[in-house]
Design a protein around this ligand. Structure first.
Ligand SMILES: [Zn+2]
Length: 85
């Protein structure tokens, strides 16, 4: 539903982003990049369990740099396309 997806986005606040970054040490959890300013600028969040299945909580997110965020998404798309045996 449109309304729900709107709320899903709107419910992610800057405070939650900060909480996630603090938990992950302001680093990409794959390569350890600390952002353009060394304090997390440019880092992205990835959902461990993707929307709309996973909750929009700090626990369901992981800090990634743009490169690994793109890889994370691409890998998941590959997994989803793979036919079941
Ligand atoms: Zn990275």
């Amino acid at each position: 539903m449109t309304d729900r997806s709107y709320r899903y986005k709107a419910s992610w606040r800057g405070r939650d982003r900060q909480a996630m970054l603090r938990r992950d040490g302001y680093q990409c959890q794959v390569c350890g990049w600390t952002g353009q300013d060394g304090k997390g600028k440019g880092l992205m969040r990835a959902h461990v369990i993707p929307a709309p299945y996973g909750p929009n909580t700090v626990e369901n997110t992981v800090t990634l740099c743009p490169t690994h965020h793109a890889q994370f998404d691409a890998q998941r798309r590959r997994l989803e396309r793979r036919p079941r045996a």
